[in-house]
Design a binder for this molecule. Sequence first.
Ligand SMILES: Nc1ncnc2c1ncn2[C@@H]1O[C@H](COP(=O)(O)OP(=O)(O)O)[C@@H](O)[C@H]1O
Ligand SMILES: [Mg+2]
Length: 251
Amino acid sequence: MLEVTHLSKSYTSGTQVYSVLKDVSLKVEKGEFVAVMGPSGSGKTTLLNCISCFIPYEEGKILLKDRNISHLEERELSKVRNRQMGFVFQDFMLLDGLTVFENICLPQIIARRPVVQMEEKARNICRLFGIEKIMDKYPAEISGGERQRTAVARALMNQPYVILADEPTGNLDSKSCRAVIDAFLQAKEEMGATIFMVTHDSFAASFCDRVIVLKDGQVYGELMRTGSRRAFMDQLLDTIRTLGGDRDDYE
Ligand SMILES: Nc1ncnc2c1ncn2[C@@H]1O[C@H](COP(=O)(O)OP(=O)(O)O)[C@@H](O)[C@H]1O
Ligand SMILES: [Mg+2]
């Protein structure tokens, strides 16, 4: 569904060139819930921004459902972003002046979908995520977990090929964190969604099918979840210890 091959990206500051991603290759299959884990500064956000083509990169290819999206023109790219990608950010990015329901409808309004169909779809997603009771509230009136579930619901509205999430649990307490993860799991199980999440949080990553470990801009290794979530989390913590990242990043 999503394939990144030999991606390299550097930032230039003055005369200095910082290489941030070094020959990164990875693949996400349809219906998979995959995390990219790595210490802060390892290039996770940069990777996600390259995948969504928000920033340019020197080398490599991004394939979304077998289509090379690396060098699309802006108009075509906006279409791909709106219809084939769903985004969930750390700071929610909900519009304060719109209700939960209206926020969820937004991607369909942008895609100019018919209103009746859109509202029905939004209601179904709200029901699935257990947020139908807060549909008419504004973001300021709901909890962090509810806001994030709203953001996940919104990301799903156009049935994207892939959901891209950057530290979606980053600002949340453990209960809200669980609410977000549950929303992803529901999206995967009940809607067949494909989810690609970057995180430094091994608890969040332990719910995934597979975890790609990033270190200093390179793929350091990959772990498949085979047994229980708990065992997977221990395995992730072990890997991080060997990796020698900043421990505080993973608590
Ligand atoms: N716009 C930018 N310009 C210059 N350097 C950047 C920029 N964005 C990120 N970096 C640097 O790239 C490295 C990777 O950053 P980032 O992708 O944000 O890592 P992560 O999300 O894993 O914490 C860091 O050293 C960061 O300082
Ligand atoms: Mg980041």
